[in-house]
Design a protein around this ligand. Sequence first.
Ligand SMILES: [Zn+2]
Length: 382
Amino acid sequence: MIKLNEKRLIETFVKLAQTDSESYNEGAMQELVARELKEIGCRVAVDNAGKKYKTTAKGNVIGYLPGTVNSAPFILCAHLDTVTPGKGVKAVVKKDRITSDGTTVLGADDKAGVAIILEILRTLKEQKLPHPPVEAVFTLSEEVGMFGSKNLDCTKIKGREGVILDGEEVDSVLVQGPAVNTIEVWIKGLASHAGVSPEKGISAVEVAAYALTQMKLGRIDKDTVANFGIIQGGQATNVVMPEVYLKGEARSLVNEKLAKQTANMKAAFEKAVKRFTKKIDGKICKPELKFVAEERYPAVRIAKTHPVVKGAVAAAKQLGISLKPVACGGGCDANVLAGKGFTLPNLGTGVRGYHTTKEYLLLKEFFAAFHIALGTLLAYKK
Ligand SMILES: [Zn+2]
């Protein structure tokens, strides 16, 4: 087994954890990581992602370490930001774990990943291990909507495969997650006195209600679900409701199925508009419809038989860990980067209680995560 400098890995983690980097305020962290990469001997690029939304950082950081064996580059990816409260973190190193002092998050999500990647690069050089070229990709503002990976300059990265280090337990690898569309619908009918002349109105809520009966919601198929969770409209019982707003979402593990479900939902509203179009005082009156579907993130779906997944499973086995491929319900860099053509299964780093002030990092798993990621990298050849 390759020797891990545990002391140095912990020191690096503590230094990172104690550098403030709440989302949108990752400037100092971006500079620190770029400096560390240069010190290791990597070529470093910073893209312009930071100009495309509001953050103190200039961009995502990419470190390049040339390979000593002929292969496509292997990507190691982690994000630089933390959730709040993440200012003035004091990392407390205990016997089996690292915690914060209880007033902030620890930020092991995802600085455990960042520290592991830096230690892997140091180890590759120090121990002269034969390895493929490495591209270390550090993204911004993952926690608040993956703005770093969404704005990543992919032309700066040659590899398309590797791993993300941004999970909890080291015995699971995330290979599947749904694509999500947020759906907003505005319907404008026609107000009229409901007691005196209801026939001169068009009830927006009736249009919406009819549309909802014309589409499938809930469980669509084994990969796809859809739901409207918010509806707002109306001000008085004696007025035919002139406007209604609905907000919902659709999710699918398959991008094409999500597109189809979204189109079906839109078509149902269009059908309702037609049905409720009528003549009032000799004039054709048609409800107005605005349907907006916004992609929150695309699906990630990596085969369990993919060489990188198999490499990770084999590396974990060396440690006596049986690595389980799992699916997640939310979105992360793995989703966004899958949409850009990258295959990056997401490995755990040993963090627990993330996004709370009780967050901690289990050292045993932290060290295991280093070996799993390094083993996966060393086995890679393409
Ligand atoms: Zn994270």
